[in-house]
Design a protein. Structure first.
Lengths: 217, 285
């Protein structure tokens, strides 16, 4: 569950990017955050993902107040959040090794990591390309790999930043379908995008971020 | 499960030709630096055996050990008697334990007026009632001239400074290349909430490993020199490299080198940690 209230963010140049933002996302909900370029979507996800320290306001992620978290607790929370950043560049390894690396880094034993990697690659439809070098992947598969990396260690929350960038309509639909597939159980998903969204099959909610404020569409 | 051993293997696996050459040169220059430091400890002057042996050296001090049963008054009287002698230059009283840990009672440290008459003085002192033992201390034998002349010392210092500067420069280049190839992994770690206390030791550890290997190579070289050169020709070597002829000294210097290598390598690793602060390694672009 995510609860954001009275969130403000001003850049060093004094530009108000977020202004009195309120948002409530239920556990297990899939939310598309729509907004034009430079509207603060990435910043908002950075704040939710405990990567950017908040200036004013409250952010509760699964009962943890991001504003008041100590540095070790913030890192602990980051481990429970899957994050696919905008312009994601995979590591120069095979698809399988990319996922395996992240899992081993997070302290999983080899066998355990192998098992989780296979599940993540299956969920994102990359299992056949597991031996392919990640640098040779198409844009669509690169996003799928980013999703696999984000979900491989069973996160509570999945944050996806601009996954449709540079994709045509059919590829965008495939990415949304992949997001639908990984959105299982209690996983909360927030996807920030400029849109337009392809016709989505699964139940979801769309909110927009405009002039620093979030509103339901 | 700690991810550090896995990550360290991954980091080493990322080393490619360019970074490998830079780290190899770092290792080499650290070796040169440590070798120069060792030279100051191993190429040392030695004592020259006098022609007539140690016994021919002049006696500079006579130690007269006193019975622990002597009263303080008797000791005072003895002190005054000896001090008044014309063949005594000076006399001091010490507790015997100060000179010889297992001894008891007191001891007079007597400097003879003339070294050539010291043996006679010792014989006389030995007859005094209450004196249990006489020990003669002879002058130190002359030392050979140091094999490290002033010019050689300056050259060694210059090489030493140049080697450490070059080691740091090549290490910086090596780290830049290596971390560029490892940037994706670092970004992934940071994005996944891996703390810096896991990432930083990898980088410092690599530097420390290079330093330790430089020290270890020198250990091998020094022991080879000791067993092939210094030990079989101990007398000849002792005149220019007395330290190298002593296995204890070689061992001490070698372990000192490994420790110094570790410290310098760790410092070199901090150069890499500095590079980690650049924007390309941040979790979010």
């Amino acid at each position: 569950m995510i609860q954001v209230s009275e969130l403000h963010f001003v850049t060093e140049d004094g530009i108000k990017v977020l202004e009195d933002v309120h948002l409530h996302v239920e556990q297990g909900e899939l939310v598309y955050l729509l907004g034009p370029a430079s509207s603060g979507k990435s910043l908002f996800l950075g704040l939710l993902g405990a990567h950017v320290p908040p200036q004013r306001g409250q952010i509760l992620v699964h009962g943890r107040n991001v504003v008041r978290l100590s540095s070790p607790k913030r890192l602990e929370l980051r481990r429970r959040i899957g994050f696919l950043p905008q312009g994601f560049v995979p590591m120069a390894r095979t698809v399988h090794e990319n996922v395996l690396f992240k899992l081993r880094t997070l302290g999983n034993y080899r066998e355990q990591a192998e098992e989780k990697a296979i599940l993540a690659l299956e969920a994102t439809g990359l299992i056949r390309q597991q031996g392919v070098s990640a640098t040779e992947l198409s844009n669509l598969d690169r996003i799928r790999l980013g999703l696999a990396l984000a979900i491989c260690d069973a996160p509570w929350l999945l944050l996806v930043d601009e996954p449709l960038e540079g994709l045509d309509a059919s590829e965008a639909a495939e990415v949304c379908a992949a997001i639908d597939r990984v959105h299982t159980g209690h996983l909360t998903v927030v996807v920030a995008t400029r849109g337009p969204l392809p016709s989505l099959t699964r139940e979801h909610r769309t909110v927009s971020l405009l002039d620093g404020r979030v509103s339901d569409e | 499960m700690s991810a550090v051993p896995f990550l360290f293997r991954e980091l080493l696996g990322t080393i490619r030709a360019r970074s490998a050459v830079a780290f190899l040169l770092t290792w080499l220059f650290l070796f040169v630096f440590l070798a120069c430091v060792s030279a100051f400890f191993l190429l040392v002057p030695t004592h020259v055996e006098p022609e007539g042996g140690v016994e021919s050296l002049p006696i500079v001090e006579i130690r007269a050990y006193l019975s622990p049963r002597l009263s303080s008054v008797t000791i005072d009287e003895l002190y005054l008697d000896i001090r008044e002698r014309s063949d005594v230059s000076s006399i001091q009283f010490r507790f015997a334990q100060e000179v010889r840990p297992q001894a008891t009672g007191g001891v007079f440290l007597i400097r003879p007026m003339a070294p050539e008459r010291a043996e006679d003085l010792g014989a006389i002192l030995e007859t005094i009632n209450g004196v249990t033992e006489i020990e003669e201390v002879r002058a130190e034998p002359d030392q050979t001239e140091s094999p490290l002349s002033g010019a050689i010392r300056i050259v060694l210092l210059v090489v030493l400074v140049a080697a450490i500067v070059l080691a740091f420069l090549f290490a910086r280049r090596g780290y830049r290349e290596l971390l560029r190839s490892f940037a994706g992994e670092i970004r992934t770690m940071r994005l996944s909430g891996v703390p810096e206390r896991v990432i930083v030791p990898l980088i410092v550890g690599l530097g420390a490993l290079i330093g330790m290997l430089a020290g270890t190579l020198l250990l091998v070289v020094l022991f080879l020199l000791h067993y092939t050169l210094a030990a079989p020709q101990a007398a000849a070597t002792a005149t220019w490299a007395a330290g190298l002829a002593s296995v204890g000294r070689v061992l001490g210097v070698s372990f000192g080198n490994i420790f110094l290598g570790l410290v310098l390598g760790g410092l070199i690793g901090l150069l890499g940690v500095g590079i980690l602060g650049q924007r390309e390694f941040e979790a979010l672009p």
